[in-house]
Design a protein around this ligand. Structure first.
Ligand code: NDP
Length: 231
């Protein structure tokens, strides 16, 4: 049975990745910071015994390595680094810059994905699909910056892109792929109610990118519909 591990799976896009892969017959290792509070995930688990729920804060090095050990027997075909924060949605740029919030944004959005990916490399190496996906954003594209603002988020996703691009080169000889995907503007807590896509549409599209992925695509920065985004 192919296996997927997803970070930040209690709501939004993470929850939708879980729903769709459970339905597709995969083993789903759903992770989130507070499993006891993750009501929608608990319900999904009740309905499907192929889903297991695990505690994981992507900024917590010890928690990540403990989980990697606990899951040592599970090859992981697909790792979705989905967890993310966008504090500036709530803090307007004209307010004093909260450098602590900026550092935390980096810790989750950039370093978190790298910490989790490195910890699960051995699980990936033992699988069939061998693919790491980083959910990034077109806002991480430096080429597309046309307005000021969103400094924490933009820089954290640009850093994620740079790190994952390099990582893709490191992992190619191990036959492990890395794909950077922009999900589109999606109606989640982060995207807000005016987003252009539902989580279902976004994840269905991103799954097509996953399904058609070959190692030749490793290190690419793609929109949900396959369009290449400039760095
Ligand atoms: P949501 O705000 O709905 O969900 C964010 C998820 O990340 C939550 O599950 C949250 O968990 C989790 N998370 C936050 N911090 C941590 C942490 N330290 N450890 C583990 N999990 C954490 O946003 P989306 O579903 O929209 O976002 C998913 C991804 O898609 C993000 O990486 C985002 O940047 C990206 N994206 C989204 C877009 C959109 O329009 N929605 C556009 C472009 C990119 P908790 O509930 O515990 O806080």
């Amino acid at each position: 049975m192919p296996t997927i591990l997803i970070t930040g799976s209690n709501r939004g896009l993470g929850l939708e990745w879980c729903r769709q892969y459970v339905q597709a017959g995969w083993r789903v290792l759903a992770t989130c910071r507070f499993p006891a509070e993750a009501k929608a995930l608990q319900q999904l688990k009740k309905e499907n015994n192929a889903l297991t729920l695990h505690r994981l804060d992507v900024t917590d090095h010890d928690q990540i390595h403990t989980l990697a050990k606990e899951l040592a027997d599970h090859p992981i075909d697909l790792l979705i680094n989905n967890a993310g924060v966008y504090f500036e949605k709530y803090v307007r740029p004209d307010q004093t810059t909260d450098y602590g919030a900026w550092a935390h944004t980096f810790s989750v959005n950039s370093i978190g994905a790298m910490r989790v990916s490195r910890a699960f490399l051995d699980h990936l190496r033992r699988s069939q699909k061998r693919l790491i996906v980083a959910i990034t954003s077109h806002m991480g594209s430096i080429a597309e910056i046309e307005n000021p603002g969103s400094y924490f988020y933009r820089s954290s996703k640009a850093a994620l892109n740079a790190a994952m691009k390099g990582f893709s080169l490191e992992l190619k000889p191990l036959q492990i792929g890395v794909l950077l995907l922009h999900p589109g503007w999606v109606r989640t807590q982060m995207g807000g109610p005016d987003g252009l896509l539902s989580p279902q549409e976004s994840v269905e599209n991103m799954r097509n990118r996953v399904d058609t992925f070959t190692l030749a695509d490793s290190g690419r920065f793609l929109r949900y519909d396959g369009h290449e985004i400039p760095w």
